[in-house]
Design a protein around this ligand. Structure first.
Ligand code: URA
Length: 454
């Protein structure tokens, strides 16, 4: 057996701009897990450990110097191999997964999963919780009384087989290496690296087992990736990693400069999605959800991208017929939630005791409604979490009455704040007033979809 590499040499090589082989990366990751958790990787019987400090130094060197595509693929493989894979082979229809890199007012999963299910695809979606200014799908669904996200793999497969869609939490056994390293990245300033993000995201997607994957990579001031170029680079790398692993994959690069939907906060976002599904598709959140679902359908059916418009047409019809709403209702019921949320969300979802309308202070066009700050306001009311493990308040947040480009008169409502106390509502209203930008002329509207990759 080859002698164990010296971790200090590997760190130095990365620091100096060199690349590690797949075996070396596997050794670093597995030895780090063995050292810190003892859960995997052949132990440290030879006395060679990789401490948290050394892993953090290695990650920082990688953030500053970059990882090659081969390194990103190798990291993805070792992350996937560190735990279980969800076996979806027993499901009859084509399996599709969807992933967003995180935004504000982004309830697309709540629309895309039932839409795809209504068209015969099977969606097993392992989602995350909100962190910082971004919301998380699990927190949103848990706003529905009784809704369970902690399902066993058997339960996930059962719900998907019966309903066509299931949205659940990642189990502890799925990609434990990414879980451990992501937690370290979170506290060492080593999150922003295209190679690390791609391997982290794609290892979870590959381990989740779906044959087709559609990605929504956000770009803008409310996103991980501030520029369209960086987001496109991440999207391209993710698509190549998935394709090399034998999956069908495509990505949209989409704008996240201002919130996608009008509801910002857990119950408010569920209510918005239900209201949208109860009528014909309307607005930006609906439009992007249809785009993502259409791509998922085209991939799942093995069609050419030229079939996107007809797939979208089909999904518009399924939406308008109520078929997607029925799938959402069945999924909520199958996961223990109160299905009446699909009839009258206001009667079922938790409501905050204080509602405060924030009026426009001047006339004009809304020119700016920055996503990050809107997310922070919602988080400050209690809808989000500053640290992993914090509790979230399902009821609080904002219902925006406007979006960028809308014309308002003085006194027109900008938003309704949903808060626990008058003072929390007042603080949120004051902050909202400072971040809304007005213009005298209508801003040029651009599509939320900036690029399609794959
Ligand atoms: N989301 C992930 O799952 N991983 C990252 O590295 C960044 C965002």
């Amino acid at each position: 057996m080859a002698a164990a590499p010296r971790i200090t040499e590997l760190i130095a090589r990365k620091r100096d701009g060199g690349a590690l082989s797949a075996d070396e990366l596997r050794w670093v990751v597995e030895r780090y897990l063995a050292t810190t958790t003892g859960t995997t990787g052949g132990g440290t019987a030879d006395g060679v450990a990789v401490s948290e400090a050394q892993m953090a130094a290695f990650l920082m060197a990688g953030v500053l110097r970059g990882f090659t595509e081969e390194e990103a693929r190798a990291l993805t493989d070792v992350f996937v191999d560190s735990g279980d894979r969800l076996d979806l082979s027993a499901l009859e229809g084509p399996t599709v997964d969807k992933h967003s890199t995180g935004g504000v007012g982004d309830g697309t999963t709540l629309l895309v999963a039932p839409l795809l299910a209504s068209a015969g695809a099977q969606v097993v979606k392992l989602s995350g919780r909100g962190l910082g200014h971004t919301g998380g799908t699990l927190d949103k669904l848990e706003a529905i009384p009784g809704f369970r996200v902690d399902l066993s793999p058997e339960e996930m497969r059962d719900v998907a087989a019966r309903i066509g869609c299931v949205v659940a939490a990642q189990t502890d056994r799925l990609v434990p290496a990414d879980r451990a390293i992501y937690a370290l990245r979170d506290v060492t300033g080593t999150t922003p690296s295209t190679g690390l993000i791609a391997s982290s995201v794609m290892s979870k997607k590959l381990a989740s087992g779906a044959g087709s994957i559609v990605l929504d990579v956000k770009a803008g001031q409310g996103a991980f990736m501030a520029t369209e170029e960086d987001a496109a680079g991440l999207a391209e790398l993710c698509v190549r990693i998935a394709t090399a692993a034998g999956r069908r994959c495509a990505a949209y690069v989409t704008a996240m400069d201002h919130p996608l939907g009008k509801g910002i906060g857990n119950a408010l976002e569920v209510a918005e999605c239900v209201r949208l599904l109860r009528a014909a598709p309307d607005g930006r959140l609906a439009a992007l959800s249809l785009d993502l679902a259409a791509m998922g359908l085209v991939l799942a059916r093995g069609l050419e991208h030229g079939m996107l418009p007809s797939a979208r047409e089909e999904l518009v019809e399924r939406w308008a017929s109520g078929a997607a709403l029925e799938r959402l209702r069945s999924m909520v019921e199958a996961q223990g939630g109160d299905p009446r949320v699909c009839d009258d969300p206001g009667a079922v979802l938790p409501a905050a005791p204080v509602r405060l309308e924030v009026p426009a202070e001047r006339a004009g066009f809304i020119g700016a409604l920055p996503a990050r700050e809107v997310g922070e306001i919602s988080g400050g009311l209690g809808a989000g979490r500053a640290r992993k493990g914090d509790d979230v308040d399902p009821a609080v947040g904002l219902d925006l009455a406007v979006e960028v480009g809308d014309e308002v008169a003085v006194g027109d409502p900008l938003a309704i704040i949903h808060a626990r106390t008058d003072s929390a509502a007042g603080d949120a209203a004051a902050r909202l007033r400072t971040i809304v930008g007005y213009r005298d002329e209508a801003p040029v509207q651009r599509s939320d979809v900036l690029r399609v990759v794959g």
